[in-house]
Design a protein around this ligand. Structure first.
Ligand SMILES: Nc1ncnc2c1ncn2[C@@H]1O[C@H](COP(=O)(O)OP(=O)(O)OP(=O)(O)O)[C@@H](O)[C@H]1O
Length: 279
């Protein structure tokens, strides 16, 4: 291991946030979601090559690697979002609770309840805070006002936003700060009671304080779910995740417990990436 890696790890281990929230090791054997030999093509371009990976309840898995290596492509395969991209083809199996969902008959609408997604840019609807939360549950048939009210409170509490917005639920979601909007998007996802949440660089548009709030939140959400996060921020991956997968040019090159990946990288490309030789 190089000096640069040592320094980086020291800075993570001694930072207050790192010490407080560091996960690092595997804690669970319950696989909720798994990819089996997943290949993704955009037209003729073979963007992701035969990727096999398990995701566990109670854990956060980080997907890392240089720009264009296929992290987001892989993430979007996990809830079949790639189907919305014209010319994109996903081969292989995505096993959710022992059943392959990568089939034409899979009901995407129902699937997205179970496997939620939070994007890079907060994307609330142009509606009130309350309506943002109840929009999808209403479409799924929930109409009882008391039940909707309770769901709004539960979801906002789950996203650590309730105290900040409980007196202005009828106000526009756009009146919230960027960090609050991202937590609202998380609350919106929680309202559907998913047991997997995919995060695609959820903090890249946020300031450091909001970033720490989202990291804390992911930590608590992971207690009952599997969380998968794409991040360019190596300190973040090291702080929040139990396991890490490193991608390079469409291949998943190395996977393991986060402590091992960051402290004892096996592959030279991973070591070079961690020490900033390329980004
Ligand atoms: N919608 C698309 N249409 C065509 N090619 C795409 C599309 N999305 C991604 N690609 C290609 O697939 C490959 C992987 O891209 P992807 O966005 O998954 O990488 P990434 O690791 O998430 O990158 P970044 O960190 O920059 O977001 C790249 O070669 C990219 O150009």
């Amino acid at each position: 291991m190089t000096n640069e890696t040592d320094q980086f790890l020291d800075s993570v281990a001694t930072s207050e946030a790192g010490g407080r929230r560091r996960r690092g090791r595997a804690t669970s054997s319950e696989v909720v979601l798994a990819a089996r030999d997943v290949n993704v093509y955009y037209g003729d371009h073979h963007a992701l090559h035969g990727t096999t990976l398990d995701f566990h309840k109670g854990e956060i898995t980080a997907l890392i690697g240089p720009s264009g290596c296929g992290k987001s492509t892989f993430l979007r395969s996990l809830n079949l979002m790639n189907r919305e991209i014209r010319g994109c083809r996903v081969e292989g199996e995505i096993i959710y609770r022992d059943h392959n969902i990568n089939t034409p008959k899979e009901n995407l609408y129902e699937l997205r309840r179970s496997i939620g997604m939070v994007f890079q840019q907060p994307n609330p609807f142009r509606k009130s805070i309350y309506e943002n939360i109840v929009f999808a549950p209403k479409r799924h048939g929930l109409t009882n006002k008391a039940e909707l009210d309770q769901l709004v409170e539960e979801s906002l509490r789950g996203a650590a936003l309730w105290d900040e917005v409980k007196d202005k639920l009828d106000k526009s979601a756009f009146a919230l700060s960027g960090g609050q909007q991202q937590r609202l998007c998380i609350a919106r996802t929680l309202a559907l009671k998913p047991d997997v949440i995919l995060f695609d660089e959820p903090c890249s548009a946020l300031d450091p304080i909001s970033t720490l709030a989202i990291e804390d939140l992911m930590n608590s959400l992971a207690e009952e779910r599997a969380i998968i996060i794409v991040t360019h921020n190596m300190e973040q991956a090291s702080r929040v995740s139990n396991r890490t997968a490193f991608f390079y040019m469409g291949d998943m090159v190395e996977y393991g417990e986060t402590d091992q990946i960051f402290q004892r990288p096996q592959d030279k490309r991973l070591n070079d990436y961690l020490t900033g030789m390329f980004s």
